[in-house]
Structures are given as structure tokens and as C-alpha cells.
Design a binder for this molecule. Sequence first.
Ligand code: DP6
Length: 359
Amino acid sequence: MKAEDFILKNYNSSVESGSVKWESPSNIALIKYWGKKENQIPENPSISFTLSNCKTITKLTYTKKETKDFSFDVYFEGKQNEAFKPKIQTFFERIEAYVPFLRDYHFKIETSNTFPHSSGIASSASGMSALALCLMSVEVDLGTDYTSEYFNKKASFLARLGSGSACRSIEGELVVWGQNESAESSDLYGIKFDGEVHSNFNNYQDTILLVDKGEKQVSSTVGHKLMYGHPFAQQRFAQAHENLAKLKAVLASGDLQSFVEIVESEALTLHAMMMTSMPYFILMKPNTLEIINKIWKHREENNSNVCFTLDAGANVHVLYPENEKESVLNFIKKELTVFCQNGHFITDVVGKGAQLIKK
Ligand code: DP6
């Protein structure tokens, strides 16, 4: 589909008010999106596990107004929040061409996360996808009659314009975004991975170790820009295509050893890109490295398939198959929580995507 296919053309403009509510999860990339072109088009394909427990719940109430500006209030965890407004303003500006009723209503956006806000966990994927889904439900309230396929595609398309990785949070359990030769894909929206998936990946576990709960040193938006003119950019983009092809075969065969190799290499490559950009950044903390070394040691000594991945920060996502749930959780509690701020970690598992709470 093309971007123009997502322009809302006919809708019932006499609807005065209403409210909708969605919950949408975060996701964790196995092949990383890092580097983008104009209009939120990724430089390379990515694939992620959709999560279950880390999610944003958003209620959107809309009321007809006369003025022609964008008008919205944001409430985060019950309190009015000004800090989120600029990002939402930018989001509205980017999606206006596709959602023409945006200026017709005043929106009250009430949002909360199931994970602590100051945990260093990016809420942009869950937050922007929840808001995009709410706007799609408003389109339905205004009389559109969408198939669930079109609904999800446009929700993902809109979410991408809010935050790239958000387009991978609409569905589960694996979502591909960015044109590639290995899977059905698009640069414009995420698509549920259409390949075979071995049962080894059923209910895959993700325990997030909160190493650093502070504000991110570099925002993703700034981080992506570091890939412009980066000396290794083209090789990195090519590598993401190769890794996706390899991962596709691994997902089908259930070869966990190769899974571990690809996923850890992707995480370290992402950080290597930041260490070799200008300006350069080290986003890991000493405790990130302590955890990585402990994971490697545990894997070797216990014939385990536990591995790590990282976002653009110091926190560690510990990934492991369901049949190692008990042993790895024991290991985490005994040996890794000492490296977490206040011993904090979040247990999560791969999930099926966003859910409508209120029509
Ligand atoms: C490192 O989606 O947060 O988590 O499009 O600028 O909002 P924007 O960036 P964002 O980037 C996420 C980058 C990543 C890798 C990934 O999720 O694929």
C-alpha cells in the first residue's frame, strides 16, 4: 500500500463527541532500527518481539469545537502534563493529512503506563501506538467501515509517524518493519511476521533489568541522526538485511544458539554505531557490562540459551525460552539484581499486541 491509501476521505462530520480507550504494549527489537530517512522511513529493516506487561493505557475523549487550531490536553497518571505536548503536537502535524478531522475536535488524552515512568524504559512505542489506535477508533466512530487488516495497517502507519518503533506494537508476536527480501514488509508500517516460527519461541521471556533509571543521555531521535554520514552506516544497513534473513531461518528451525548470536550481535552493533559516531557516546554503564559478563558465564556453565539485548540505553533485556523460566529467574535474582538500581527489574513475556478497552 502507498501513503495516499491512508488518507481518510469521507466521514460523518456531524458527530459531536465520544471517547475511546486502548492499551498498547512496548516491543523489543531483535534486529535494530537505527537510522532513518525523511518522514520516518527506516534505513534498514527491523523485527521485534511484542511485549505483554509493559504497556500504555490511553483514553481519548473528543469534543467538537469551532476554532481551527490543534487543541488537546494531556493527563499522565491523572495529572495534567505539559512535557508530553510538543511530541504530540509534532505527531498531529505529521498525521494531519491522513486524519483530516484532527482540527475539528478538542482532545483530552488520558494516559498511564504499567511500568514506572522513570524506569528508563522508552514509552514512545507503547504511548504512540496507543494514541494512534485511539485515533483509528475515532475514525470508526465517524462512520468508516474498515477491515481489521486495514485498521491495523493504518494504526501502524500513524504510530510510525509518532515514533518509528511504535509501528511494531500494534500486533504480535513478531513484527517486521522496513522493506526487505526476507519477509512481507513495508517501510510505511509494521507487518506481523509471516514466516514459520518454531515452538522454542513460544512465550519467550524478557526480563528487563533497570540499570539506569535516569533520563536518556541521547534521545533516539538524536541517535538516528548520528547515522547520517556515519563511516560504517552503509555496511550496517546491509548487515541488518543479512541478519534478518538469518533470523528468519533461525525462527523456523528453532536453533537457539544462532538466535543468541544474532540478537547479541545486533545489540552490540547498535552500541558500536554510537561509539563510532561523531559526536560519540557510550550508553552502557559499568553495570551493563557486569550483567553481560554474568550472562555469558551463566550460559556457558549451565548449557543455557539465555541472552541479552539492549536499546539505546544502559538497561538490559534478558531474553530466554519459557522452559528456562525458573532457572534463569533464579539466576537473575541471585546474581544480576545487585547491578540494578534499587534491585529493580520487570518480568515480561512475548504478547499478541494492542487491545481495545472501550469503543
Ligand atoms: C534503539 O522508535 O524511539 O529502540 O522514530 O525517532 O521515535 P524515533 O525512534 P525510536 O527508535 C528506537 C530505536 C531502538 C531500536 C528499535 O527499537 O528498533
